[in-house]
Write a protein that binds this ligand. Structure first.
Ligand SMILES: [Zn+2]
Length: 336
């Protein structure tokens, strides 16, 4: 019930919506995006472009650390990198710490969700998230399935993109506070189908559902595997089912910007960190994921292999996704 009211009284208008959708539950007509856009953009002092090159440099820096498996020194180094980055941008940085049993060794492994908040005083929030842990091994590698897995696309691409997106939010006017959340334990998997996934996002969602998270998150966007050099992003089936309006609004912004790599058709249905956010936290959450790595028809041959390296990712791809998210965010912040 609370959630129902929250949705009606919260952001009933999303970027890219049609005029027929503009009345909220109180009967007030909301200003459409196109009304807003015709006004000169004099408020936003940082109306600058997303910098895909800078995002890619962060992807490379993260990969230089080496593997970032949960509970390892590589993960610790990455945590310091992300914390320093967000603190330098003026965010409030916090952690959710918990432990899980190691699926092979039986020891306790520390897990940390990193949370960086801008404008913490604002109750209404938008959340951007990704997983930042990497697979323990390159287990789908045809040559060396026990080899080192770097996770340039499946891990570092989300980190690079969100770190760069965060440069734009502190000075951006609007009613929403913005949270960036880095989930641990998305793929702490030693045996496929035996070991549970989404440990960090599940923990986060339970904390949120129990009221142990400040503010109300109106929408969340998850990014995963968005650095692929041959970018092709389709609607993800679970997002379309569980967060339909949000999902369509993002593709609609991509269409406005002419970013052709976003195709408004469903292709895969993927289990990812957005499932607990939608089902446990009840936050409408969309997963933006390019699950054909390198491209449609290649049987996802780089995924979870030793080919998931920076050379198979590109600054242009991060730039395209980053531009869409930055524009979506700017439109959200302008809707009254
Ligand atoms: Zn993965």
């Amino acid at each position: 019930m609370i959630l129902f009211l929250g949705i009606l009284s919260g952001s009933s208008v999303l970027p890219g919506q049609q005029a027929t959708d503009k009345q909220d539950s109180t009967g007030k007509v909301q200003m459409s995006f196109s009304d807003v856009e015709q006004e000169p953009d004099k408020e936003d002092p940082v109306a600058t472009q997303f910098n895909g090159e800078a995002a890619f440099e962060i992807l490379e820096a993260i990969c230089e650390i080496g593997p970032r498996v949960s509970g390892t020194p590589g993960m610790k180094k990455q945590q310091k990198f992300i914390k320093d980055h967000f603190q330098s941008l003026g965010a409030e940085v916090g952690e959710q710490v918990f432990t899980v049993r190691h699926p092979e060794r039986g020891t306790q492994v520390p897990m940390t969700n990193l949370i960086a908040r801008f404008h913490p005083e604002r109750r209404k929030r938008l959340l951007f998230c990704c997983h930042y842990d990497t697979r323990p091994f390159a287990d789908r590698d045809p040559v060396n399935p026990n080899g080192i897995f770097l996770g340039a696309n499946d891990g570092a691409s989300g980190v690079g993109l969100l770190c760069e997106l965060a440069r734009h939010v502190k000075e951006m006017p609007g009613k929403y506070g913005i949270d960036f959340v880095f989930f641990d334990g998305e793929e702490f998997v030693y045996v496929y189908r035996r070991d549970p996934m989404f440990l960090g996002s599940t923990y986060f969602s339970r904390q949120y559902a129990a009221g142990r998270y400040p503010g109300k998150v109106n929408y969340a966007i998850l990014v995963d595997m968005i650095g692929d050099k041959e970018l092709e992003i389709y609607y993800e089936g679970n997002s379309l089912q569980m967060a339909s309006r949000l999902t369509r609004s993002i593709w609609s912004v991509a269409n406005e910007l002419g970013v052709k790599e976003f195709t408004a058709k469903e292709r895969h249905k993927i289990r990812d960190d957005h499932l607990p956010l939608n089902s446990i936290a009840r936050i409408p959450t969309c997963d933006i994921i390019d699950f054909d790595y390198p491209r449609v028809g290649t049987e996802n041959m780089y995924w979870h292999t030793q080919q998931d390296i920076p050379e198979n990712c590109s600054a242009k791809s991060l730039d395209k996704v980053g531009r869409v998210l930055l524009e979506w965010l700017r439109q959200m912040q302008k809707i009254r």
